[in-house]
Design a protein around this ligand. Structure first.
Ligand code: ZN
Length: 442
């Protein structure tokens, strides 16, 4: 396995307890690689061979390499920045049985059970009153702050026989003994150095404190919070940065709010991607017709983690398409098009994997299981390009501590490097040409 890459991924996961932190860390990487941030509130003027990115809401980011006004289409790699978690409500302190708990609600569809009995803390963003303006400040309380203690087996003899969790009743974390020490806002103010009367509003989430771990007799596995989908956001970014210049415009996109349906201004079900592609076309002096022709010569890889066959529940996987950990990138199929993959896009992506010399495998749900959804078909409803849904195989999706393989991230990096170095042409009549500048590939 590539130790350095896994270490970098583990560090990125540790430093990204929320979507705001993930995008902030991606922004730092892009800046260090010479990318210029464009503000959505300004007019844009792009320079040939320019490298740019823009951030929406602090939690979604789109970066692109602009080859000049004669680019032939867009090669788009998308993933998502958010993960299921618990969000603090306003006025979160609530006392019960001599302790103070934080009042939280669920964000997205999480596995509740593994949130119990593990150290947790709080991270997110604050809006700060600065007089004539207001600023965003990221917060990551870097200490074991709270815990959701389980009920003893002696008080619930049926605990191991299946349980329907009530978030309001059972998932509120304990932060202190009631009536003792400082209150929550004073604590938050001390931890952030911001006077509490200056804190106008917040988006704060619980996050698991357990550090990422590489484990197994041969170091096969990586467990960490947020593998879905920061493993893909990380792998796509590495591939994007390593790619060679191509005739097409390489576009790296990370959207927030996939776990709650993508329907926000910064989600995949917004005009964010469409807006950016149109602004690139406008800066190039392209007609609307030329832009639409470019979209026909564009391709999107929607990368969101996939289910690996589970050793204890192998019967829940499809009998002939059950991806395994460390066996390569997963191409996801669904007849009802919850995944966008079709013969054209699967074929295209398989060619990319072949050029990159990385393994791929295929996933379909059992026909009697509904499965999940992702951002590919939501995004292509706005920007209608050929699209393939892929992911890296993992266990325990939507647990606060998920498990993936230590080999698969590198496969994604290599494949996306080839993808972002490629261009595609729709020749009509179901024929397509892929051009990859293989000479420039290492
Ligand atoms: Zn996901």
């Amino acid at each position: 396995m590539n130790e350095l890459l896994n270490r970098e991924l583990a560090e990125f996961l540790s430093e990204s307890p929320t979507a705001f932190h993930a995008v902030s860390n991606i922004r730092t990487v892009l800046e260090n690689e010479g990318y210029t941030e464009l503000c959505e509130a300004d007019e844009w003027h792009l320079a040939e061979n320019g490298k740019y990115f823009t951030v929406r809401n602090g939690s979604s980011v789109i970066a692109f390499r602009y080859p000049g006004k004669n680019y032939t289409g867009f090669m788009i790699g998308a993933s998502h920045s958010d993960s299921p978690a618990f969000k603090l409500k306003p006025n979160p302190e609530t006392d019960s049985a001599g302790v103070t708990r934080l009042n939280v609600e669920g964000y997205g569809g999480m596995l509740c059970a593994p949130w119990f009995d593990r150290p947790l803390s709080v991270a997110g963003r604050l809006m700060v009153d600065c007089g004539d303006h207001m600023d965003t400040k990221l917060v990551k309380i870097d200490e074991d702050l709270c815990m959701i203690p389980n009920l003893a087996i002696h008080m619930n003899r049926d605990a191991n026989k299946g349980h329907a969790y009530n978030i309001q009743k059972e998932l509120l974390p304990v932060i202190k003994l009631a009536g003792e020490g400082k209150d929550w806002m004073t604590y938050l103010s001390e931890k952030t150095g911001i006077a509490k009367e200056k804190i106008l509003a917040s988006d704060l989430f619980l996050y698991p404190r357990t550090a990422p771990s590489v484990w197994g007799m041969n170091h096969e596995f990586l467990s960490a919070p947020h593998l879905d989908d920061l493993q893909c956001a990380f792998g796509n970014l590495k591939g994007f940065l390593a790619a060679s210049p191509a005739d097409s415009c390489a576009v790296y996109a990370v959207f927030d709010n996939e776990e709650v349906g993508s329907g926000t201004k910064q989600g995949a079900d917004s005009e964010f991607l469409k807006d950016i592609l149109e602004r690139i076309a406008e800066s190039s002096g392209k007609s609307s017709s030329r832009h639409k022709a470019d979209l026909a010569n564009s391709f999107m890889v929607s990368a969101d983690n996939a289910h690996a066959v589970h050793p204890n529940y192998a019967d829940l996987s499809d009998p002939t398409n059950h991806p395994a950990i460390n066996k390569g990138i997963v191409i996801k199929h669904n007849a009802n098009q919850k995944y966008t993959t079709d013969a054209v896009s699967a074929a295209f992506f398989k060619k990319i994997c072949e050029i990159a010399k990385v393994p791929f495998q295929e996933f379909v749900n059992r026909s009697d299981l509904a499965g999940g959804s992702t951002l590919g078909n939501i995004s292509t409803a706005h920007v209608s390009v050929n699209c393939v849904d892929i992911g890296l195989p993992q266990w325990a999706m939507h647990s606060p501590y998920e498990t993936a393989g230590t080999e698969d991230t590198e496969s994604l990096v290599k494949a996306m490097k080839v993808f972002f170095s490629s261009s595609m042409k729709d020749l009509g009549n179901g024929n397509y040409r892929i051009h990859t500048d293989c000479d420039k590939m290492k």
